[in-house]
Write a new protein. Structure first.
Length: 184
């Protein structure tokens, strides 16, 4: 899907915003898509806020070391996803949205363009689905209001169908490892 993510981003750049839900199955494909997103974004003049787990950060950085210049690295801003989403030791949508805004506002105030990629993970908490939906609805509003392209990534095998259906309603585009579906 490497080309699909690039094509989707090109389309979204024309309207200067987009909220993408990515359900991945293959971890290698996932890492390759994150790297493509970062490289394409940076080379288009965007800052990238990457919210990712430590294991993936190592794999992503390994690939980026081969293609990014020293100057391009300054456009990448990485936060551990556990620290980001569990900022107050729980997945509180309002706290996370405020944390999200705190991280993007400095760039927007400077007139810089920013794109975000966040891997959302959770433990066995079944009650979290409503919180995730609430968070995603708020991020959808923010991406439209602020002109941001934002990818929210989920492991397809760990995401129940009922949550997938809720997430699809909160995003303008849904991606999988194999295809892109524009919803609005």
């Amino acid at each position: 899907m490497k080309n699909s993510i690039i094509e989707v981003i090109k389309d979204l750049k024309k309207v200067k915003r987009g909220h993408i839900c990515y359900f991945y199955n293959n971890e290698i494909t996932y890492i390759n898509n994150v790297v493509s997103f970062i490289v394409t974004g940076i080379r288009n003049g965007n800052h990238i806020l990457l919210v990712e787990n430590d294991r993936n950060i190592l794999l992503i950085n390994k690939q980026l070391e081969k293609v990014l210049s020293k100057k391009e690295w300054t456009f990448l801003h990485v936060i551990n996803n556990y620290d980001f989403y569990y900022f107050n030791k729980n997945f509180n949508p309002h706290t996370i949205v405020n944390h999200f805004l705190e991280n993007i506002e400095p760039f927007l105030k400077k007139g810089a363009s920013i794109c975000t990629w966040g891997l959302i993970e959770w433990g066995e908490d079944k009650e979290i689905h409503q919180c995730i939906e609430e968070y995603e609805k708020e991020v959808d509003k923010i991406t439209n209001e602020k002109g941001i392209i934002s990818v929210c990534a989920y492991n397809a095998g760990r995401t129940p169908q009922s949550l997938k259906e809720l997430l699809i309603k909160c995003h303008g585009v849904t991606l999988t490892d194999d295809e892109a579906v524009k919803l609005r």
